[in-house]
Design a binder for this molecule. Sequence first.
Ligand code: CP
Length: 314
Amino acid sequence: MDWTRKDLLGLEELSKEEIKLILSTAESFKEVSTREIKKVPALRGKTVVNLFYEPSTRTRVSFEVAAKRLSADVINIATETSSVRKGETLIDTGRNIQALKADIIVMRHNCSGAAVVLARNVDISVVNAGDGWHEHPTQALLDIFTLQEHLGKIAGLKVSIVGDIAHSRVARSNIWGLTKLGAEVTVCAPEILIPPGIEEMGASVTNNIEEALAGADAVNVLRMQFERDTEGAFPEQLEYFKNFGITEERLKKAKKNIIVMHPGPINRGIEMSSEVADGLNSVILEQVTNGIAVRMAVLFLVAQANEQNEKSTD
Ligand code: CP
């Protein structure tokens, strides 16, 4: 199949075939990062703008590395030092970036739906690098890519997602992606961090960590977003670790080769112990490495589709 979308906004709207196409394209790009000269000319002459309204380490750097490995020019805009501080709207900022003849905007925004709004208002490609609590599609794609590399398939796998599900765009994108590819997804958190409607997305729910780990092929552990706890409703950190933290003790009762994932940044001693984060089951740093290939694939596919769309409307 051909990729025809100018944007990547979320996994909810993608078909199983589109997800598989991104994964297979990423597989072919992965090798580039092992070369002595880590570069291919696929996006030579294109300009990628990283527009980040929220802090980021992994995603921003990973998109920059991915774009540079494709030979694109990259501009990073940190909104604290841009005209956003003077009140410029998202749409005006996007249209100005377009007027500067950029080809792709990679955007992280604190508001759910911001990437959709931007994509509807510019002709250039928009890639969602995380919007509010809504979606973080490239994170889920790199999680799925990493699982597939280790286990050879996604269909039939049992994947548990543990942590702050309520505020997690990573959880939502993973649920859409994994269930479309045929995995069984369970989410596990204290009742207060389970959002309404999560079962309608295709996930099972438990508040019992031992139940979530039993029989799971992989556990994806999410950051507790304590900064969002404006009402003091979250469990206290030590209590959370006691009841939900991933420890070696708990892993002993799980499948021997259970894969431990985390999108980062990790709160060690809250979501998981350091022994688990750095242990044999952990693939956390592999996820980061795989993010480059996945983002190369996404940038390549959206740029190619937009070029085709422009040619067909000429
Ligand atoms: N996983 C992730 O999105 O990390 P950053 O916030 O550092 O980009």
